[in-house]
Design a protein around this ligand. Structure first.
Ligand SMILES: Cc1cc2nc3c(=O)[nH]c(=O)nc-3n(C[C@H](O)[C@H](O)[C@H](O)COP(=O)(O)OP(=O)(O)OC[C@H]3O[C@@H](n4cnc5c(N)ncnc54)[C@H](O)[C@@H]3O)c2cc1C
Length: 406
């Protein structure tokens, strides 16, 4: 790749945020080098929900046909009280979400989403992705930033990017090593992830819906990964750090047998899964600095990893990508662009982080508090619950914020 003077941007990390950023930067006229530590694009995990605020951005990058092939648009989110056979409320999605928010609410396997982003990036001649990149180092000097990295073939790359953006996830080295940022903080929650055959819980859930199932001290989220004929399962529980980070991690969620007898769904799930869970401690990032005012900035989980209880972590990273590219294209220097980026993003992201934390408390409420929660959810119904989320789903990060005249 030839570096065209001041307009090459380095992106560290080829996750959802990093690849989205590469695509938005390329669309804005930049040349991009993505430095990814892994030797292949092979994301860990199972499924992911892409709400309309994220889908609309990916659709603008021309990815709608591929997303439509690999993803699925659930008809609704069914909200269940613990042990209930019928939902308390149905939050209608499908065509309703499309009409209301102008983009799809989709669920998709992470592997498929990663491939879609990766293939799209590989087709753009101004994006290069260096897999197996390690030992990134950098020196700031009067003329800018010099970066070096060991590439997958053992050679050393040295370059002078216009800016370097860390999209290297929750444990970001760019944040910790080069921006004096904090370590990620354990939230006290863990997620247990799994996939099942699509019909294995058909007796308990609607297979064309997403299901959110409350429990005392835990909750489950279930949705179909139709293109792979799988059902995605995430069960979240609390766990002390000592156990979550023990040398031998636990192999199955610890749920009181009394509760398993009271819920046919969770009882069946635990029986089906045995020890086949993937265990995932949930960390959060709260850092004062999203950029260094000069050449370095953070997007996605590197800047603001959050609890997944509003299914918005990746969506926020995709929104960051659109805003960062627009700001870099419009500003006279990376430092000015970063100021604009942070002032557009901070408040929204912290509100979504706060909502995700609040959901953790609400979803896990024990009896008797759960009675009031369930009554509230049933009384308000799905339409009011969708109204509550319009500020998230209706948002368009690709558009500059509207200025109030005067
Ligand atoms: C159980 C669970 C369910 C979730 N569900 C949803 C959901 O439904 N919807 C949603 O929007 N979000 C969801 N999220 C959140 C979402 O998964 C994350 O927010 C998102 O994947 C973060 O993307 P990222 O690109 O910022 O980071 P990552 O996906 O972590 O990518 C970082 C990349 O950087 C690379 N890297 C790391 N260090 C270096 C280095 N030093 N040099 C080079 N490369 C490096 C890594 O290999 C990786 O490829 C969920 C999270 C969890 C845990």
């Amino acid at each position: 790749m030839t570096e065209n003077g001041s307009r090459i941007v380095y992106v560290v990390g080829a996750g959802i945020a990093g690849l989205s950023l590469a695509l938005f930067l390329e669309r804005a006229g930049f040349t991009v080098l993505v430095l990814e530590r892994a030797r292949s694009i092979d994301p860990i995990g199972t499924g992911i929900q892409l709400s309309p605020n994220a889908s609309r951005l990916l659709e603008r990058l021309g990815l709608e046909p591929a997303l439509a092939r690999a993803g699925f648009e659930p008809e609704a989110i069914d909200v269940y009280g613990f042990g209930h056979k019928k939902p308390l409320a149905e939050v209608t999605l499908g065509q309703t979400a499309r009409q209301r928010f102008g983009a799809a609410y989709r669920v998709i396997h992470r592997g498929d989403l990663a491939q879609i982003l990766y293939e799209a990036a590989r087709k753009r001649s101004r994006i290069e992705i260096a897999l197996g990149a390690r030992n990134i180092d950098m020196v700031r000097h009067s003329r800018g930033l010099t970066v070096s990295a060991e590439l997958g073939d053992g050679s050393i790359h040295t370059g002078r990017p216009y800016a370097l953006i860390g999209a290297d996830g929750v444990h970001s080295e760019i944040r910790r090593k080069f921006m004096d940022g904090p370590e990620a903080r354990y939230s006290g929650y863990v997620a247990w992830r799994a996939t099942l055959g699509e019909a294995q819980l058909a007796a308990h859930l609607s297979l064309d819906h997403t299901s959110l199932c409350f429990g005392p001290g835990f909750h489950g989220v279930f949705y179909p990964l139709a293109a792979r004929q799988l059902l995605n399962v995430v069960l979240s529980t609390k766990m002390p750090a000592k156990r979550a980070f023990a040398d031998t991690p636990p192999t199955r969620p610890k749920i009181d047998p009394y509760y398993l007898k009271r819920s046919a769904l969770f009882g069946a799930l635990m029986k089906l899964m045995g020890d086949k869970w993937t265990f995932w401690p949930l960390n959060a990032v709260e850092t004062q600095r999203w950029h260094d005012g000069q050449f370095l900035a953070l997007v996605g989980d590197a800047a603001h990893a959050m609890l997944p209880f509003q299914a918005q972590g990746a969506a926020m990273g995709i929104e960051d990508a659109a805003v960062m590219a627009r700001q870099l294209a419009g500003a006279d220097s990376p430092g000015m662009a970063f100021e604009g980026y942070e002032s557009e993003r901070r408040r929204r992201v912290s509100e979504v982080q706060a909502l995700s934390r609040r959901n953790g408390m609400i979803f896990h409420m024990p009896f008797p508090f759960s009675i009031a929660r369930n009554a509230g959810a049933a009384r308000r119904g799905g339409t009011a619950q969708l109204d509550d989320l319009a500020w998230i789903y209706g948002f368009d990060a690709d558009q500059p914020p509207r200025r109030i005249p005067g």
